[in-house]
Design a protein around this ligand. Structure first.
Ligand code: ASP
Length: 440
């Protein structure tokens, strides 16, 4: 019998997890059962993925840079990557703002609903505002300073992704600058480490269908008030529609720029998208994104090793699209006088920066939304109400925007690879048991 493709197994796990979650929601003690006995398996899976993220970035980036054999190539790859990342993010924000201005989901929301939402979610909103304050209080150049670590082991353990990327780039460039004979042992070491970590991804992914079952069941039991969800359906539909358009935009780019089939792309890349959806974290998904992009989509390690870790941290098109829609939606509901053209332009700029600054973890986009709103002079006393308004639907939207975030990274890596002649046809994916017969 033909083996069922991984993405189907994951989809089945997800659907069963959703059904199981609803079932447990309706029986006495069901939620406690999921929290105590099911959710930990999702946590174990995410922990394993996070565990290999740092060694993976280190190994693939150092190996990739040293393989480039040419420092000017690093510069051109870096500039292209950043340029395209900024371009796709601006497209995402413009799509978001267009949709929310045309559909106007926030107009005519009854006062009673606003009050209702406010009382339910005010506490959660205050937590978000508190987190944003910490980010905002830093000086203007703090984000730059934060890229340069003083203790690389601290960067590994936090983990501070941009610092790890900087360190790997630094090591890679220095390996190019020393005689080849001296560089070889270290390059070989990282090459071997890279192989090992990729094999770890294959093994961890065997567990993915069960893990998404646990993750989805846990998400479902967290939804208690479905009546509020229904009231926010218009807003949520705008975000989902915008994200859908963004995926179409990527598929178009893949077709036109890389001349590859969009369906093939979706088939090969879908396990990473499904994991992004289940974990709400592009950082946790990064190892799988890398494995799929290198082994299934044919992007050379030299490119993916740089473009993907950078993308996971700074390129969040789904998040910025969401921030544009959420900011305008909140204004439509509680601060309509703020809806000026200038404010919308400010949203484009700040949402771009906020998506760069957002951590690749669940809910990060909502924290940074505070900064977007403050930039347009949103009345501080209304801020908790504004965030409370969108809190109820944030988790499902976070899951969807994370899918777009990782798809954007994969698309850009293919475009950059194509432009450098590093996109290969007919890649050969490795399986976990390629070498198993020899050692069993
Ligand atoms: N969860 C998103 C990510 O990790 C960030 C966000 O939009 O909250 O990509």
């Amino acid at each position: 019998m033909k083996k069922l493709a991984l993405h189907w197994k994951i989809i089945i796990g997800m659907v069963l997890g959703i059904i199981f979650g609803f079932l447990m929601n309706s029986v006495d003690g069901g939620r406690g059962f999921v929290t105590d006995w099911i959710a930990p398996f999702g946590t174990i899976f995410i922990n394993l993925l996070k565990l290999i993220a740092v060694p993976l970035i280190l190994a693939s980036l150092i190996k990739g840079i040293s393989d480039l054999k040419d420092i000017s190539k690093i510069k051109s790859m870096g500039l292209r990557t950043i340029g395209i990342y900024i371009g796709t993010t601006v497209v995402a924000i413009v799509i978001g703002l267009s949709i929310v201005n045309i559909i106007k989901p926030g107009e005519g929301m009854p006062q009673e609903t606003i009050e209702n939402i406010k009382t339910t979610y005010q506490g959660n909103a205050d937590i978000m505002i508190g987190k944003a304050k910490v980010t905002k209080e830093a000086g203007p150049l703090q984000a730059l300073v934060d890229i340069f670590p003083s203790n690389i082991f601290k960067s590994f353990s936090e983990p501070a992704m941009l610092q790890v990327i900087f360190f790997a780039l630094f090591v890679g460039i220095c390996l190019l600058l020393i005689p080849e004979k001296k560089a070889k042992p270290l390059v070989d070491f990282f090459d071997s480490l890279n192989e090992v970590v990729m094999k770890m991804v294959d093994l961890i992914m065997l567990f993915a269908p069960y893990a998404v079952f646990a993750l989805m069941a846990n998400v479902i039991i967290a939804f208690d008030d479905t009546t509020i969800l229904v009231k926010l359906l218009g807003y949520a539909a705008c975000v989902v529609f915008g994200l859908f358009l963004m995926i179409c935009f990527y598929l178009l780019l893949i077709k036109v720029v890389t001349k590859k089939s969009p369906l093939w792309f979706l088939k090969e890349f879908s396990p990473a998208q499904l994991l992004a959806f289940s974990t709400s974290s592009s950082a946790a998904t990064l190892p799988v994104t890398m494995e799929r992009v290198e082994e299934h989509l044919g992007v050379d390690k030299e490119v993916s090793g740089f473009v993907l870790p950078v993308g996971a941290t700074v390129n969040m098109d789904g998040t910025s699209l969401y921030q544009g829609i959420a900011a305008v939606f909140i204004m439509q509901v509680i601060w309509p006088e703020g809806l000026t053209f200038t404010n919308q332009l400010v949203i484009v700029g700040t949402a771009l920066l906020a998506s760069i600054g957002s951590a690749a973890v669940p809910s990060a986009g909502m924290v940074m939304l505070v900064i977007v709103l403050e930039a347009i002079g949103f009345p501080p006393e209304l801020l908790p109400i504004g965030l409370a308004l969108i809190f109820a639907v944030d988790r499902p939207l976070d899951m969807c925007r994370t899918v777009v975030n990782v798809t954007g990274d994969a698309t850009v890596s293919m475009i950059v690879a194509k432009s450098l002649g590093k996109l290969h046809d007919n890649p050969k994916p490795k399986e976990w048991d390629d070498n198993y017969d020899k050692v069993k």
